[in-house]
Design a binder for this molecule. Structure first.
Ligand SMILES: [Zn+2]
Ligand SMILES: [Zn+2]
Length: 477
């Protein structure tokens, strides 16, 4: 090789050339940030108006599928898009290319309308690394507040049960939010079950048809009080049912397939011909549409009742699982989660492609795994799934169009950079190599002091206490 000549001595034209490239990088980056602002506006509107809600679990899932974003990045885009909706100053700075997407992404983790102005100044003055450090320190203060609150909840959880003078039992409870949510759900489910029983019993009276009843004792009001129970009385009955059910099941939350039980009425004469269509009828739950009871029946426990010609029940079969455990394991092993395009959630339910109530067999080829969301989509929202001759599944939207497993990318212009510049210019955004340059002049950043003067929970006496600020700085290093 020839080493003659001053290869590594930068010459003047070289510096000028590299400066020009550097400026172009800075300018194009600012253009891209301005375009991201527009992209986030679109994502926010698309998300708010539910444009993704045609088979996808969330806007992030849709982005992951349609745009090819990795799931974490997709979630982050949606999060930033949503928060910028309430942060117009940060949104404008991004749209003008003055604040990079990296900085905006970091700032939106802590920004609220009250402190937006202060954070904008931090974003414009500091480098992305400064912003990152400020945000981390800020969240440490927030987390401390949060941890204290969670600890306070946990400490103050309590249940008081005592007898009133008239012999009634009074219950008063303070539950942590998660436990409270479970409790509220259980009461709602119990109320629903009680209402269905009332209706089922009403139907039995008019048709003189015996009903299959399982589970805890009947609530008293059905044959007792002549008046309809008040909401408060219904809630009390629901609480009693929750307690009875818990004892009845040995305080065992149970597996998914055991949470629903389906009663099937079978015409004894038709049952002889296993291939006859409509041989069995799933009993529609009161207040539950047929589509919903079919979904619940897809993967549930089942009790078969045979009727004679007069409609009297001649035989009640043992309770069995719709999908036997061994087949369910094989199904889970084959499908590895929900098979709806782009979903892939690990836990799901077995779906009969042709429903067993319509004569579909419970075999691997007639089954597919679907998550709760997508199981609902195929039963209640008009989505369709069929197994093709090659064994692959084909999913369709309610309008019949096929949902591709991987969508085709949209066509783009030959010179996307020129298009981007034109668009930004047309939108009145002036961008040059200096637009996104931080105002920082190289001074040392005291993160602890910066947070002490800006954070609402940290301002006050701590801001004036130099030692507290110094400690916070040491802590953040
Ligand atoms: Zn199903
Ligand atoms: Zn799914």
């Amino acid at each position: 090789m020839n080493f003659s000549g001053p290869r590594f001595v930068p010459t003047h034209p070289n510096i000028v050339e590299l400066d020009r490239i550097g400026d172009e990088i800075a300018e194009l980056s600012a253009h891209l940030d301005a375009a991201i602002a527009r992209l986030l506006d679109l994502i926010r509107e698309f998300d708010a108006r539910g444009g993704w809600n045609n088979g996808f679990l969330s806007c992030a899932h849709w982005l992951c599928y349609r745009v090819g974003l990795e799931m974490g990045a997709a979630r982050e885009r949606v999060r930033v898009a949503r928060s910028l909706g309430a942060l117009p100053r940060l949104a404008q700075a991004l749209a003008r290319g003055e604040l990079s997407y990296s900085k905006v992404r970091a700032l939106t983790r802590i920004a609220t309308p009250e402190i937006e102005e202060r954070l904008l100044k931090v974003g414009l003055a500091g480098t992305a690394e400064h912003v990152e450090r400020i945000v981390r320190g800020w969240r440490r203060v927030d987390r401390k507040v949060e941890v204290e609150e969670t600890a306070r909840w946990h400490k103050h959880r309590a249940l008081h049960v005592y007898h009133d003078d008239d012999g009634m039992v009074i219950i008063r409870a303070r539950l942590e939010p998660q436990a409270g949510a479970v409790f509220i759900q259980a009461i709602a489910a119990a109320r629903q079950a009680l209402r269905q029983r009332v209706r089922a019993n009403g139907a039995a009276d008019s048709s003189a048809e015996p009903q299959f009843v399982d589970g805890p004792a009947e609530p008293r009001y059905q044959d007792g009080s002549p008046e309809a129970p008040t909401i408060e009385q219904q809630e009390a009955d629901a609480l009693a049912l929750v307690a009875e059910t818990a004892l009845h099941h040995g305080i065992d939350p149970g597996a998914p397939g055991e949470r629903y039980q389906v009663v099937v009425h079978v015409d004894a004469a038709v049952l002889a011909d296993a291939d006859a269509p409509g041989q069995s009828v799933v009993e529609d739950g009161a207040y539950v549409p047929a589509e919903t009871s079919q979904r619940l029946a897809c993967d549930a426990s089942r009790v078969v009742m045979r009727h004679d010609a007069d409609g009297r029940i001649t035989e009640v079969g043992a309770r069995t699982r719709t999908i036997p455990p061994a087949l369910r394991r094989a199904l889970e092993h084959r499908d590895q989660g929900c098979r709806f395009p782009s979903c892939g959630r690990r836990f799901g339910q077995g779906h009969h492609i042709r429903h067993w109530a319509h004569g579909g067999p419970t075999t691997l080829s007639n089954l597919t795994m679907l998550c709760r969301r997508h199981h609902r989509a195929v039963h209640e929202e008009g989505f369709q799934v069929e197994r093709q001759a090659d064994g692959e599944l084909c999913f369709r939207r309610p309008d019949g169009s096929v949902i591709a497993q991987i969508p085709a990318p949209p066509p783009i212009a030959n010179d996307p950079v020129a298009v981007l510049r034109e668009r930004n210019t047309a939108a009145g955004i002036h961008i040059d190599a200096q637009t996104s340059k931080p105002g920082w002049l190289g001074e040392w950043l005291d993160v602890g002091y910066a947070i002490d003067v800006m954070h609402p929970a940290a301002t006050g006496e701590r801001a004036s206490s130099r030692s507290a600020a110094t400690m916070a700085t040491a802590d953040s290093q």
